[in-house]
Design a protein around this ligand. Structure first.
Ligand SMILES: [Zn+2]
Length: 224
């Protein structure tokens, strides 16, 4: 039998995605069985894995000890909170410093016949404190992926937003940096061509950008 879907299960799925569940407890099997029957949790798993990749927490690359420790310490309390508050915030996305957001695709099926009509609505994840960002990711003429955001927080001197393209199963590829305008708007044209299943992510980086993400992604759009 599989466990019923609830918000605690969503958190279990997120924990499972980052390898934070002890295999000896049998909970992994419970999560796997639930994933097989729950589309909502499969979506959560996909986003969690994408964000995990952007954080450099892939299985091929051991997570920083401090970050992993923080996740493992926070998880039991987080699961208790989930039970109590019916919240689905994920512990590993709680921002350490800058307010973080994850932009989640609305789930429009990719159709190469109509690429120019593709767009994905964007919103903050519940765990992103003080996040007011929203916007769209859309395919423009020539197949260029255009990200248009509003509600972006101003950044301190020396910091910029940076976009990333995360191909399915691959490492994040650096994309252009950008700064919000006076109204909190921001746009970026992606260099990589859109690929079904890829993830568009945005982090806060030092001005000029980085070659690999150094902060948690505050924007993730899955190109389904
Ligand atoms: Zn579920």
């Amino acid at each position: 039998m599989s466990a019923q879907h609830d918000d605690a299960m969503l958190d279990m799925v997120a924990a499972y995605a980052i390898g934070a569940i002890d295999a000896s407890t049998g909970e992994c099997a419970v999560v796997r069985a639930h994933l097989a029957q729950c589309a909502t949790c499969r979506e959560e798993f996909a986003v969690a894995r994408a964000a995990t990749a952007a954080l450099g927490l892939s299985a091929a690359q051991a997570p920083p000890a401090t970050l992993r420790d923080r996740i493992l310490v926070a998880l039991p309390a987080r699961l208790d909170q989930a039970q109590a508050r019916r919240s689905r915030a994920v512990p590993w996305l709680v921002p350490a410093a800058a307010a973080a957001a994850v932009i989640v695709a609305a789930g429009i099926w990719w159709n190469t016949q109509h690429q120019t009509a593709q767009s994905w609505a964007a919103s903050c994840v519940p765990s992103a404190a003080n996040c007011h960002a929203y916007g769209t990711v859309s395919v423009r003429g020539g197949g260029v992926l255009h990200v248009q955001l509003q509600g972006l927080a101003a950044l301190p001197a020396g910091k910029q937003y940076q976009a990333w393209m995360i191909p399915p199963g691959g490492a994040p590829k650096p994309e252009p940096v950008f700064s919000p305008d006076a109204n909190g708007g921001g746009t970026v044209d992606m260099q990589e061509a859109p690929v079904k299943g890829a993830i568009v992510a945005v982090t806060v980086e030092k001005s000029g950008g980085a070659t690999a993400p150094t902060t948690k992604p505050f924007l993730v759009a899955k190109l389904d």
